[in-house]
Design a protein around this ligand. Structure first.
Ligand SMILES: NC(=O)c1ccc[n+]([C@@H]2O[C@H](COP(=O)([O-])OP(=O)(O)OC[C@H]3O[C@@H](n4cnc5c(N)ncnc54)[C@H](O)[C@@H]3O)[C@@H](O)[C@H]2O)c1
Length: 338
C-alpha cells in the first residue's frame, strides 16, 4: 500500500495537534513536509517532529511532487487560496474548520477539489469522537425511536482576544465555538437546518460594552430542521471553569446524553464531606483521540478512494448556519436558512 506523504501548512496551536498525529500515529501516512509563514513557529515545530522538507511559502510546498496531501491549519483567511492551489496541484486537501471565510469561498474550494478529483475533508473532529460516534450509531439503530429534539452546547474557558470583540470579524461564540455544534446537530438529525433564532448578551466583559455594543459572550439558539426536528444550541466564551462540550438527543422512545464536565472519571471526597472532580481543561484534551481518528479517516479515505465522513458540503453548511445565526442575533428575528 502506498504511503500518503503529507504536508502540514500552519504549525500553530491546532497545527501541532495534526503534526504530532502525522508524526507516527497515522497508519499509511508520513509527515513529509511542514510549512509556516513564521520562521520561529516552523523551527519550533521542526524541533518537535520530523519532516524532511520545511517551507516558508505554501506555493513552494505544493510544487513538491512527492507530496500527496496537504493539512491546512493556517488562519481561516488563507484557507481558500491554499486549498485551491493545492487542489490544482492535485494534492488531497484536509482543511481545518471553518472551511473558509464565507459560503462563496467555501464553494470555490469544493469546486476546485471536485474538478481535480481530490478528496476534501473538513476538521469537524467531534464526528470522530468515540462517544459522539456511539450516540450516532444508537440514533441510527432506532433504539430511542424517532429523534425529536437535539441540544448541544460548547463553552470555552479563555478570555477573548481583542479582535474577537468585533463580531463582524469573529462572529463571536456562534463562529468561535458553535460551528462544531451546528455540524453535530446536522449529523445527528440527518436533516438540514431550516431556521435559526438567536439571542445573546455580554456578561463577562462589561468594560468593552461601549466600544463593542454588539459583542456577546453567551448565546442561546432555537433551531428548526427541514424535516421538523427541533434543536437548541448554547455557546459561551470566557467561562473560565473549563472546556465544556455536551449533547442531549431526545427521541420518541428514549434519550441519549453525550459527554460530561469532568476531565476523567475521578471524584474526590474530602473531610468537609464535599465531593469534587477535575473539570475538562481544553478541547485539545477532550478531543485528543478524536483528532487522531479524524486524521486516520482522512488518510483512509484517500487510500480506499472513499468519500470523507466530513465533506466540503458539511463545511459549507456550518458556515451558512453561523452566518444565519449571527444575522438572527443582530436583527433579533428568526432567520430562514436558504
Ligand atoms: N478543529 C478545531 O477545533 C480547531 C481548533 C483550533 C483552531 N482551528 C482552526 O485552525 C486554524 C488555525 O488556528 P490556530 O488556532 O492553530 O491558529 P494559530 O495562530 O495558532 O496558528 C496558525 C499558524 O499558521 C501560520 N500561518 C499564517 N499564515 C500562513 C500562511 N499563509 N501559510 C502558512 N502558514 C501560515 C502562523 O504563522 C501560525 O503558526 C483556524 O482556521 C482555526 O479556526 C480549529
Amino acid at each position: 500500500m502506498k504511503t500518503i506523504n503529507c504536508c502540514l501548512i500552519g504549525t500553530g496551536r491546532a497545527g501541532m495537534i495534526h503534526a504530532r498525529n502525522y508524526n507516527g500515529r497515522i497508519r499509511g501516512a508520513k509527515l513529509l513536509a511542514m510549512c509556516d509563514a513564521n520562521p520561529e513557529a516552523l523551527t519550533a515545530a521542526s524541533e518537535e517532529v520530523n519532516a524532511e522538507y520545511l517551507y516558508s511559502d505554501y506555493k513552494d510546498a505544493i510544487k513538491n511532487e512527492q507530496i500527496d496531501a496537504v493539512i491546512i491549519v493556517a488562519p481561516t483567511k488563507f484557507h481558500k487560496e491554499i486549498a485551491i492551489a493545492a487542489a490544482n496541484a492535485h494534492k488531497h486537501v484536509f482543511c481545518e474548520k471553518p472551511l473558509a471565510k464565507n459560503e462563496e469561498e467555501a464553494q470555490e474550494i469544493i469546486d476546485a477539489c471536485a474538478k481535480n478529483n481530490v478528496k476534501l475533508q473538513v476538521g469537524f473532529m467531534r464526528r470522530f469522537d468515540a462517544s459522539f460516534q456511539e450516540a450516532k450509531s444508537i440514533v441510527d439503530s432506532g433504539a430511542i425511536g424517532e429523534v425529536t429534539l437535539i441540544k448541544s452546547l460548547t463553552h470555552g474557558p479563555s478570555e477573548p482576544k481583542k479582535w474577537m470583540f468585533d463580531i463582524r470579524n469573529s462572529s463571536g461564540p456562534i463562529g468561535e465555538v458553535n460551528s462544531h455544534d451546528f455540524d453535530s446537530l446536522r449529523w445527528m438529525a440527518g436533516s438540514e437546518i431550516k431556521s435559526i433564532y438567536a439571542i445573546g448578551n455580554n456578561f463577562r466583559s462589561p468594560e468593552v460594552k461601549e466600544e463593542y455594543p454588539d459583542y456577546y459572550d453567551t448565546v442561546a439558539m432555537v433551531i428548526e430542521f427541514e424535516d421538523g426536528k427541533l434543536g437548541m444550541i448554547d455557546g459561551a466564551q470566557y467561562v473560565q471553569y473549563g472546556y465544556d462540550a455536551r449533547m442531549e438527543i431526545l427521541g420518541t422512545k428514549g434519550s441519549i446524553l453525550v459527554g460530561d464536565q469532568g476531565k476523567c472519571s475521578v471524584t474526590v471526597a474530602n473531610s468537609d464531606q464535599q465531593i469534587s472532580k477535575p473539570a475538562m481543561p481544553s478541547w485539545r484534551y477532550l478531543f485528543h483521540d478524536a483528532y487522531i481518528r479524524e486524521d486516520q479517516a482522512f488518510i483512509d479515505s484517500i487510500t480506499n478512494d472513499e468519500t470523507p465522513l466530513v465533506t466540503g458540503h458539511d463545511g459549507l453548511m456550518a458556515i451558512k448556519a453561523v452566518r444565519c445565526g449571527l444575522k438572527s442575533l443582530l436583527e433579533n428575528r428568526v432567520v430562514k436558512v436558504e
